[in-house]
Design a protein around this ligand. Structure first.
Ligand SMILES: [Zn+2]
Length: 236
């Protein structure tokens, strides 16, 4: 069973049942919230029970996760869960922007791999690459190449490939630290940007590269002998 944030990411307001109640924690039958992982922070949102709403403080993993509420809303059976649309949107744009950067570095810098990625709630992200000897000015110039990919409005879609096939395709599993675990039937979720990139990922994304607001390369730094850290930010 695929999570709602994968098979129907536009579904942001969700009525469901409370299966278990433990003070400010509730276990729900199903949840629209991205729980965090792969460098992408968890969704923000609210729970509403009997006309009272409170923030979600913590989102558990799994199809029927535990949610920790900021305020105890009591032991009701029905709950409405609302994903914060602006934050989801920001993270989906930023996450897709990191794939573009990632793809351009892989393409233009001899298949260089990501060694770490972290998105921040303020619309910035950092990516670390295994890039000994790369010219930092060339890396900064990727800002123009990212703008070109945005202008092309390339379709972005999710598909599932067999694990063995995924492992055989060079660059598909771009980073061990950000690749999602396989599904129960051994399939790997892949995000494809038409004509540019395919990589294993479990996060949320926009549906075409034209839906991302302008991206700036904020900083390129050396991290040790091997690694370069590139910080990007979405313009508000
Ligand atoms: Zn992704």
């Amino acid at each position: 069973m695929f999570p709602i944030y994968h098979h129907n990411p536009a579904h942001l307001s969700h009525d469901t049942e409370v299966l278990e109640y433990d003070g400010p924690r509730i276990r729900v039958a199903s949840s629209p919230f991205y729980p965090g992982g792969g460098g992408q922070p968890a969704d923000r949102g609210t729970a509403t029970v009997g006309g009272r709403s409170t923030e979600i403080a913590e989102i558990g993993i799994g199809h029927s996760p535990w949610l920790t509420l900021a305020e105890d809303l009591g032991a009701e059976r029905e709950v409405t869960l609302d994903v914060d649309p602006d934050f989801r949107r920001l993270m989906s744009e930023l996450h897709t922007a990191t794939h573009i950067l990632n793809a351009l570095v892989f393409r233009d810098f001899d298949g260089a791999l990501v060694t770490g990625a972290q998105l921040a709630g303020d619309g910035t992200a950092r990516l670390d690459f295994d890039l000994p000897g790369a010219d930092n000015d060339r890396l900064r110039a990727l800002e123009g190449a990212i703008a070109e990919v945005r202008r092309q409005a390339l379709p972005v879609r999710a598909l599932y490939v067999d694990r063995a096939e995924a492992e055989a395709e060079p660059g598909l599993i771009r980073s061990k630290s950000v690749a999602p675990p396989p599904t129960e039937d051994g399939m790997i979720r892949v995000i494809e940007i038409a004509g540019l990139d395919r990589q294993a990922c479990g996060g949320t994304h926009v549906t075409d590269t034209g839906a991302i607001r302008p991206v700036r390369v904020l900083k390129v730094e050396n991290k040790g002998r091997q690694n370069r850290r590139i910080r990007i930010g979405l313009m508000s």
